[in-house]
Design a binder for this molecule. Structure first.
Ligand code: FAD
Length: 302
C-alpha cells in the first residue's frame, strides 16, 4: 500500500489525511505539538471550503457549530463602504463563521475514525528524497515513505528545503483579536466592520458556538500596523478599550463588561511558491500559499 507522511495536523494536513485514507493510501501524520487543540479565533468558511467539507461528509457537523453569515458590511463613519451579500452572487450561498477549535476537532475526530495514524509531539525535522521514496527524519527516528506532504503552516522550514522558487514575506500588518460570548449582538449573521481611513479596521465575525462555554460567540479583530503592537501592549487593555470606543462604542462596552478579556496577537505573511510539488513531495495549506486573513480564504484553500 502506498504510504504517505504528512507534516502538520492543522486544517490542511488533517483534510488531506482523510481524503487520502479514503482513496486507499496509508497515511501517517506527524504533528510537532503534543496537544494540538488550537486555541485560535473564528474563521469564515466560504462556499469553496463548504464544498470541500461536503465532500468529506462533514458539512452538517460543521454547520451545527457555526453561524450562518449572509453578508460582509463595513462603515467608515456613517458611510457604508463595504456591502457584499453572498445571495447576490448565488441565491443559496452564505458564509459559515466557526471557531477554529470546533473545525479542528471535527477534522481530528474524522481523521482518527478513518484510520489515520497521528503522532503527536513528534515533528518532522528534515527529509531526503529521491525518485523512489522520501526518508523523513522525525523527532523519534526515521521513516521511509512513498511521498511527503508538507502542511506545517506559514513558517515552514521544510518548504525551504525544496529546490522551488519561493517567497515568504511577513505582512507589515497584524491584528489583536479575542473571542467574546454574547446572546444579543444585533448582527448575528453579518461580518460587520468599522474603519477609520486605511489605518483602523475593527471587525466582528459571528463565530457560532464557543467550544469552551457552549454559548454564542463572536471574534473581534482590531487590525494594526505591526509597528504599533508594542505601543498598544504598553498602553494596556483600558487604553485599547478607549481607542475602540472612538470607533465603535457598543464594542467598547462589550469589551469592558467581559470579566476576563484575553487579547491575542496575530501576525501574517504572504507565501508564494513557483510550484507546489517536487518529485514526491507536495506542499499544502498555509505552507504553500499563506495570505492575509482579511481575504477570508486561507482555511478554504487546503
Ligand atoms: C487571526 C486569523 C484569522 C483568520 N481568519 C481566517 C478566515 O476568516 N477564513 C479563512 O479561510 N482563513 C483564515 N485564517 C487563515 C487560516 O487560519 C489558515 O489558512 C489555516 O489555518 C491554515 O491551515 P494549515 O493546516 O495550512 O496550517 P496551520 O493551521 O498553521 O497548521 C500547521 C500545523 O503544523 C504543525 N507543525 C509545524 N511545524 C511542524 C513540523 N516540523 N512537523 C510537524 N508538524 C509541524 C503546527 O503545530 C500546526 O499544527 C486566519 C488566520 C489567522 C491567524
Amino acid at each position: 500500500m502506498t504510504h504517505i507522511a504528512i507534516a502538520g495536523a492543522g486544517i490542511a494536513g488533517l483534510a488531506a489525511a482523510i481524503l487520502l485514507t479514503r482513496q486507499g493510501y496509508r497515511v501517517t501524520v506527524f504533528e510537532h505539538v503534543a496537544d494540538p487543540t488550537p486555541v485560535g479565533a473564528g474563521l469564515l468558511l466560504q462556499p469553496s471550503g463548504q464544498m470541500m467539507l461536503q465532500n468529506l461528509g462533514l458539512l452538517e457537523m460543521v454547520r451545527d457549530k457555526a453561524a450562518i453569515v449572509h453578508s460582509l458590511e463595513g462603515y467608515s463613519g456613517s458611510w457604508k463602504t463595504l456591502d457584499l451579500h453572498y445571495a447576490s452572487v448565488q441565491q443559496d450561498w452564505h458564509g459559515l463563521g466557526i471557531h477554529r477549535a470546533s473545525l479542528h476537532q471535527i477534522l481530528w475526530d474524522c481523521a482518527r475514525n478513518s484510520g489515520v495514524t497521528i503522532h503527536l509531539g513528534n515533528g518532522i525535522a528534515d527529509f531526503i528524497q529521491d525518485h523512489q521514496q522520501v526518508v523523513v527524519q522525525h523527532r523519534q527516528g526515521e521513516l521511509g515513505v512513498d511521498g511527503l506532504i508538507i502542511a506545517n503552516g506559514t513558517r515552514s522550514q521544510l518548504r525551504e528545503r525544496l529546490d522551488i522558487k519561493q517567497i515568504h514575506r511577513p505582512y507589515p500588518w497584524g491584528a489583536f483579536w479575542t473571542v467574546l460570548d454574547k446572546d444579543d449582538w444585533p448582527f448575528p449573521h453579518i461580518l460587520m466592520q468599522r474603519y477609520r481611513g486605511a489605518r483602523i479596521m475593527l471587525g466582528i465575525l459571528p463565530t457560532g458556538i464557543n467550544p469552551s462555554t457552549k454559548r454564542t460567540c463572536y471574534s473581534l479583530f482590531w487590525s494594526l500596523p505591526k509597528t504599533a503592537f508594542s505601543e498598544y501592549q504598553h498602553a494596556g487593555l483600558e487604553e485599547l478599550i478607549a481607542r475602540v470606543r472612538a470607533v465603535w462604542p457598543e464594542v467598547a462596552d462589550w469589551l469592558s463588561g467581559t470579566p476576563t478579556t484575553s487579547i491575542s496577537i496575530a501576525e501574517y505573511a504572504d507565501v508564494r511558491l513557483a510550484s507546489y510539488h517536487q518529485q514526491n513531495v507536495v506542499v499544502l495549506g498555509d505552507a504553500a500559499h499563506a495570505m492575509s486573513p482579511q481575504l477570508g480564504q486561507g482555511a478554504n484553500m487546503p
